[in-house]
Design a protein around this ligand. Sequence first.
Ligand SMILES: C[S@@+](CC[C@H](N)C(=O)[O-])C[C@H]1O[C@@H](n2cnc3c(N)ncnc32)[C@H](O)[C@@H]1O
Length: 214
Amino acid sequence: MLSKQEQFWTGDFGKDYTERNSHSLDDWNQFYIKNWGVTKLEMNRRSLGDLNSQAKILEVGCNTGMQLRALQSMGYENLYGVEIQKYAVERAKDFTKYVNIIQGSGFDLPFKNGFFDVVCTNGVLIHISPNDLPRIMDEMYRCSSTFIWGFEYFSEETKEINYRGNKGYLWKANFAQLFLERFSDLKLVNSQDYPYVSDAEKGNVDQMYLLKKG
Ligand SMILES: C[S@@+](CC[C@H](N)C(=O)[O-])C[C@H]1O[C@@H](n2cnc3c(N)ncnc32)[C@H](O)[C@@H]1O
């Protein structure tokens, strides 16, 4: 049985989102410059540093594969995406080459323990109900041998936000801290706050964080 949020993303709202999110990589970088004053590639570089280009990376909730394409353009070769919405998976397959995209849920990742070096999300945990967060975090942690990586809407305290007129679909939180509290062997490698520079979102902050096991 799909959660309320999974039903939302696999329905008409999700399909419309996917249509809006079908950008070229250049357009996506411009979108990041407009919102945060920096390209997505630069954000990724600051956090991943010299991570080996052979690292096996899984993005949970990859939609049309924008972040996976960004990582590929940075030289990463072993890229995987899981996405719950069938239409987004089809679009991602049109947009990407040599990237493994699978339809599935972050609550039940079809991979062995520690199969990836990095398991990441980009604007996905914010759309998971706080009650369900532990389940998706457990799956991400289980499938990663080394790193958990994320870029999410930040707030010290978990707080619900109205999402395009809809209730129960968007929260901001300190996701790095939630991981650290849940898994005692995780350590924070780095985190950087990205305050919005666009007038429409002034005062809001996203955060990129990298956590390491052991
Ligand atoms: C706001 S979008 C972010 C998409 C992409 N990561 C990006 O940065 O462009 C959230 C994505 O997560 C997907 N999603 C939501 N819940 C999911 C779940 N439980 N498992 C897998 N994907 C999910 C949605 O279908 C949607 O494509």
